[in-house]
Design a protein around this ligand. Structure first.
Ligand code: ZN
Length: 500
């Protein structure tokens, strides 16, 4: 093995140890840690993060990465080592341009911004949060300016950081198609007047039984409990330490059992991706897929597969046996319609599959204006409400259910929202290709999800973060990102469900 690569590998291994420890602390904070532990633990997290930063962002690492890209060295590397060097160099270059003291000040700002946002949301008090938000936006602009190409806009740079290759031009075209395809469909459903009845799902369902059934669902899609755990947290999430320790969480609502069912499938879909990443990428910069890639897998399992009738055919009897009082007189057909009910709502995280992308589109359009400088933080609440009225026909009563509803901006998560919609579109594109290769409905009806999992493992999961969305789509489906499949899928599904 190249001696220089060996040196780099020692640094990667040490950084892996820091990152496992950091993930463990973050996992603990979100699940079991007592409330008063936060402050001291945050100090430990801060210290370990800085150790990790200094270990990987320094002149020695820069020299190693540059040497390893010289033809003689580079040609002697194994393919996975080349991928790791390329990925590491890219993140190194971006990190290096931002002065360390600014990173620290920004982290401190984000650490308190979460609490300020939360209080503002609880008290419906946007005024108490807007200055903090404004500071975060200024940092984001500054960081982008350090690193972006001269001709690139700030928001294009931010989008590319989240989803390589995506720009405002691509996303404008994507959301334009969505708006034209979905807004009329939603209007038709609402004018139709025959809303689906899901009241039988809004009664008490025993929480312990929900938990048991969620484990069964995760297992059904292929979640490996020897390499993963399922715990509880305020909001469901997935955290991967490496491909032999992937953790998912869920949240259980007594009178809304399908929330936990579909979270189990969604987070389970994220987890399958992480389990399947090739061993050679464990703990390296090449191990993390983009958000859009990740969401494509969780959403494919949750919506395209999990909300189909065929998926529930082998499971429904068992579900009824868990909850006979609530479901014994409910047919599978009725259940299937209920889990696909579509109704415009104000809260993104509770939105159905059809209206979800419009929530994302609203956030995208607002972020674009923020970074173009065409809207001030003072004007954001009104802009938000105006867009909800225009696209979903409803208006938030207050800022808590409007501009303050998401935590993302408080931790600097700009450019992150579009990935949710990109993920849904990729899922539809992948399903279109998979349906040509296998009888998906037949597999679901017999409860045999393994061939689907294998297809995704072979074409996408194993590569970790080494392929961009466009690269794996081109290799798997023969074309780059193509949103038409998503619009066709939604149109067909909802026209059929609502008889329109
Ligand atoms: Zn997700």
């Amino acid at each position: 093995m190249s001696q220089k690569y060996q040196q780099l590998e020692c640094i990667i291994k040490k950084d892996f140890a820091y990152n496992v420890a950091l993930s463990m602390l973050n996992w603990d904070n979100s699940t079991l840690a007592p409330p008063r532990s936060m402050e001291l633990t945050a100090d430990a997290i801060g210290l370990l993060s800085m150790e990790s930063y200094h270990l990987t962002v320094n002149p020695q690492v820069e020299q190693l990465l540059e040497d390893l890209q010289q033809p003689e060295e580079y040609n002697s590397l194994m393919p996975h080592q080349k991928n790791i060097v390329k990925k590491m160099y890219k993140s190194f270059r971006d990190m290096k341009k931002i002065p360390a003291d600014e990173i620290q000040q920004y982290s401190q700002l984000c650490a308190i911004a979460g609490g300020i946002w939360e209080n503002a949301k609880i008290n419906n008090d946007y005024a108490s949060y807007k200055d903090t938000l404004s500071q975060i936006i200024e940092y984001q602009k500054r960081f982008a300016t350090y690193s972006k190409a001269e001709s690139q806009s700030i928001y294009d740079y931010i989008l590319d950081m989240n989803e390589e290759g995506f720009t405002c031009e691509i996303l404008d075209a994507f959301f334009d198609k969505l708006r034209k395809g979905i807004v009329p469909l939603i209007k038709k459903i609402n004018e139709n007047g025959q809303q689906i009845d899901d009241s039988f799902l809004k009664v008490p369902f025993d929480l312990e039984k929900q938990k048991q059934f969620c484990r069964l669902l995760a297992k059904h899609i292929g979640f490996d409990f020897d390499r993963g755990v399922m715990a509880e947290s305020a909001h469901p999430f997935t955290m991967s330490f490496h491909n032999r320790d992937v953790r998912i969480t869920n949240h259980y609502y007594e009178e809304d059992p399908t929330s936990s069912f579909f979270s189990a499938i969604h987070e389970g879909g994220h987890a399958l991706y992480e389990f399947d990443i090739d061993d050679c990428y464990n703990g390296t910069a090449a191990s993390s897929p983009s958000m859009g890639a990740h969401e494509s897998q969780s959403r494919l399992y949750e919506n395209n597969l999990g909300r189909s009738k065929a998926f529930w055919e082998p499971l429904y009897e068992t579900l009824v046996s868990y909850f006979p009082a609530q479901l014994k007189d409910v047919s599978l057909d009725t259940f299937h319609r209920a889990i696909n009910k579509s109704q415009p709502s104000l809260i993104r995280t509770q939105a159905d599959e059809l209206t979800y992308s419009l929530h994302v589109m609203i956030r995208y359009e607002i972020e674009r204006e923020i970074f173009q400088g065409t809207v001030s933080v003072d004007e954001l609440p009104a802009l938000w409400n105006q867009k909800y009225e225009e696209y979903l026909g409803i208006c938030p009563k207050n800022d808590s259910e409007g501009i303050l509803q998401d935590s993302h901006w408080s931790f600097g998560g700009f450019g992150y929202f579009p990935s949710y919609a990109i993920g849904s579109a990729i899922a539809a594109q992948l399903m279109h290709t998979m349906k040509k290769e296998m009888d998906i409905d037949r597999l679901l009806q017999t409860g045999n999800l393994e061939p689907i999992h294998q297809f995704l493992q072979e074409h996408i999961h194993q590569y970790g973060g080494t392929k961009t969305v466009n690269e794996f789509l081109l290799d798997t489906t023969g074309e780059g990102f193509e949103p038409n499949y998503y619009i066709e899928y939604l149109t067909q599904k909802y026209s059929c469900l609502y008889n329109i």
